[in-house]
Design a protein around this ligand. Structure first.
Ligand code: FAD
Length: 394
């Protein structure tokens, strides 16, 4: 196996043949977007996704995608931390920015298929998802089932070799561009809450699937509500055993926590850069130093996740702390920017790097909710990491 240093050099060499190095754009020029959620029309979302897919295919076909996945799915079977080594190199190059649907497909759904899929499903789904020929969204949350996800009410009823789905999902990121939706459904209303659940992959273009964008306070609509009205799903698209969907769901949620550790770092770095370009009061200097230290600690937590993976250990505490820490970094970034820019945040005067920050301020709170709210992450830490008594179950 190629060692880490050699691997990084090879990645850098390959990247330089297919992408331009990012120029260190001088402060005050170029794109000043710090949007946390993209503010796209449907056409723009499709166009941006297509550019992302083209890049992912280039990477995959050259052997730089799916690094830690099995060679049978087009991967290289390398230890998981090689993905992070590659990302570090790629960050120096000008490649399309991944919107949420990409990590959801490659890092959340594909690994769950690897764990729970039949051989036929792995053959059918893994390669197209890792190459992003097919994209998958999470049809998990409902109006009455978010933190308490096991309370899902979307029904799936067996009809011979098929299942018929009826229900209403909300907050589905990327539903407009997804090929598949991973739907958490109730198949046995009589069974205890966690036992009556089964997971299906639903084609998003199937008759009976309706996607309606939901406007967020940022102004954009990166998530949607999805109606499932009598959607017919073949039993061959069921992921995992009937009644064991809760375990399948937990696999996806654990991967989501793992994937959240680097959230917010780019914008925190940008806010620190903003501070560097201003004369700071003592309080502002203190606040900037605090944010700077946080970015270092967050990166160290990321390295601990990497180290756990490299040692073949499932990261537990590191992953939960990472998500919680990341959302706090986003909050402190907002606080610093408000302190530094004050009234220049209020109106769009066209001044570079000022009003654009409202996209961070209004978007950041979303990540304290998405992927399990801060309160739920604290409960996971308390119960599973610190071993404190469990919350009374409902
Ligand atoms: C930007 C964004 C993208 C999203 N993308 C998706 C997606 O692609 N697919 C998908 O299925 N879902 C998605 N979601 C939904 C997300 O998973 C849920 O919003 C989240 O799980 C919280 O559920 P809820 O909104 O129903 O809030 P609730 O569960 O009703 O919670 C409301 C408040 O009560 C608190 N609370 C609830 N239970 C407890 C408890 N036991 N202890 C302490 N506090 C508690 C919560 O922390 C929260 O502050 C997304 C959400 C956002 C914001």
């Amino acid at each position: 196996m190629t060692g880490p240093a050699e691997f990084r050099a090879e990645a850098r060499a390959w990247l330089s043949t297919v992408a331009a190095l990012r120029t260190s754009a001088s402060w005050g020029t170029g794109d000043d977007s710090v949007a946390v959620f993209d503010n796209w029309t449907e056409e723009e979302e499709h166009a941006h996704t297509a550019r992302g897919q083209e890049w992912e295919r280039t990477r995959f076909d050259a052997g730089w995608g799916a690094l830690s996945r099995a060679p049978s799915s087009g991967g290289r079977g390398l230890p998981a931390f090689y993905e992070q080594l590659y990302r570090t190199e790629e960050a120096a190059f000008d490649v399309p920015r991944r919107s949420e649907i990409f990590p959801v497909t490659q890092h959340l759904v594909a690994p769950a298929i690897e764990i729970w899929g039949t051989d036929e499903q792995k053959r059918r789904w893994l390669r197209p998802m890792l190459r992003t020929d097919e994209l998958a969204c999470q049809l998990f949350s409902e109006t009455e089932a978010g933190s308490d996800l096991a309370a899902v009410r979307t029904k799936a009823v067996r009809d011979g070799g098929h299942w018929v789905l009826h229900g209403h999902k909300v907050w589905t990121s990327g539903a407009r561009v997804a090929t598949w939706g991973v739907a958490v459904c109730r198949t046995d209303p009589e069974a205890p809450k966690h036992a009556g659940i089964t997971v299906f992959l639903v084609r998003m273009d199937a008759p009976g699937v309706t996607v309606r964008p939901i406007r967020q306070m940022t102004g954009g609509a990166s998530f949607n509500e999805v109606y499932l009205d009598g959607v017919v799903v073949p039993d061959t698209d069921r992921l995992g055993p009937v009644g064991q969907g809760w375990k399948v769901t937990l696999s996806v949620l654990a991967a989501e926590r793992l994937d959240s550790g680097s959230l917010g770092l780019d914008n925190a770095d940008r806010a620190i850069e903003l501070a560097r370009h201003r004369a700071l009061s003592d309080v502002e200097r203190q606040q900037t130093a605090d944010l700077f230290v946080r970015t270092l600690v967050q990166r160290l937590i990321g390295l601990r996740v990497t180290a756990a993976l490299a040692a073949g250990r499932e990261p537990g505490a590191e992953a939960s702390v990472g998500k919680l820490y990341a959302t706090e970094t986003m909050r402190r970034t907002s606080d610093l920017v408000v302190q530094l820019l004050g009234p220049r945040l209020v109106a769009d005067t066209g001044e570079w790097g000022t009003f654009a920050w409202t996209e961070h301020l209004l978007g950041a709170p979303g990540y304290s909710i998405a992927g399990g709210s801060d309160e739920i992450q604290r409960t996971i830490l308390a119960e599973r990491v610190l071993g404190l008594p469990k919350e009374p179950s409902r």
